[in-house]
Design a protein around this ligand. Structure first.
Ligand code: AR6
Length: 174
């Protein structure tokens, strides 16, 4: 089974695509989103701006995913997805977070992208408790791998604490 958990800055990874934990505007932000935009260069913002809006100011509704080139990144593409804001767990957060992972994988398959790296979507500013988010992420990725074993998936954590949480979740499903 090809799911690895690592500690790294996702902007340094030469994957087919790295996944961005964005917001619905796709116009950048803090956290991993800010890091990806800084490393990719201004062409990334222009490419995001060119994506169609589905509602005023919304280029990617929560749970969906969009593809752009990676520009100056070592990764060829960026898959932007928007995780749910944590509101206590009773507002569909788990289903939305699973959708992020599933839609990112679907987009990757449609474009022949096999080697993907995911950050800990929603585990920063959006406040999702990491052990709960990690369980959703690894379960969803594990199911996708069963259907499409050619994927090489990396869960890229920023710091040892987050890596340990995601590794424990992976050990629980593997
Ligand atoms: N590489 C890998 N992981 C990182 C990096 C990096 N360079 N930088 C931060 N992380 P967050 P969210 C980790 O807040 O919770 C943005 O402003 C970070 O430590 O980036 O989905 C967007 O525009 C954390 O574990 O994303 C949205 O408005 C994880 O990435 C909002 O934040 C996710 O934290 C999205 O919030």
């Amino acid at each position: 089974m090809s799911i690895a958990v690592i500690t790294a800055d996702i902007t340094t990874l030469a994957a087919d695509a790295i996944v961005n934990a964005a917001n619905e505007t796709l116009l950048g932000g803090g956290g991993v989103d800010g890091a990806i935009h800084r490393a990719a260069g201004p062409q990334l913002l222009a490419a995001c701006r060119a994506l169609p809006q589905t509602a005023p100011g919304v280029r990617c509704p929560t749970g969906e995913a969009r593809l752009t080139p990676g520009f100056a990144l070592p990764a060829r593409f960026v898959i932007h997805t928007v995780g749910p804001v944590w509101h206590g767990g009773g507002h569909g957060e788990a289903a939305l977070l699973a959708s992020c992972h599933r839609n990112a994988l679907r987009l990757a398959r449609e474009h022949g992208l096999r080697r993907l790296a995911f950050p800990a979507i929603s585990c920063g500013v959006y406040g999702y408790p990491p052990p709960l988010a990690a369980a959703v992420a690894v379960t969803t990725l594990h199911e996708a791998l069963a259907a499409h074993p050619d994927f090489e998936l990396t869960l890229c954590c920023y710091g040892e604490g987050m890596r340990a949480v995601f590794q424990a979740a992976l050990d629980a499903v593997a």
